[in-house]
Unconditional design. Sequence first.
Length: 97
Amino acid sequence: RLVHGSPANPSNDRRIGFAIRYIPTSVAQIAGKDSATLVRGVDSFHHFEHEPRPTTDMHPDFVALHKEITERNAQILYRGTQVKSYNDPKALPGRAA
């Protein structure tokens, strides 16, 4: 299910969003290396790299890990396109380069 209550974004800037996806541990990412946080139960399948819980806000190690995870997710999301990053102007048509 998707809940979305925001109006359209008329600007050329990106929309900031927050998504939580709960999936069983039997699910696997087939398009590349991916990571997840186990929120309940036991992961008997090990299809995702475990994301450690941050120890402090904005700790450099976790900021670097977040950047790595975000870049991997962009490669999965944009595979087969000319877009290489979420920051690539081609990711949002009409956005100023």
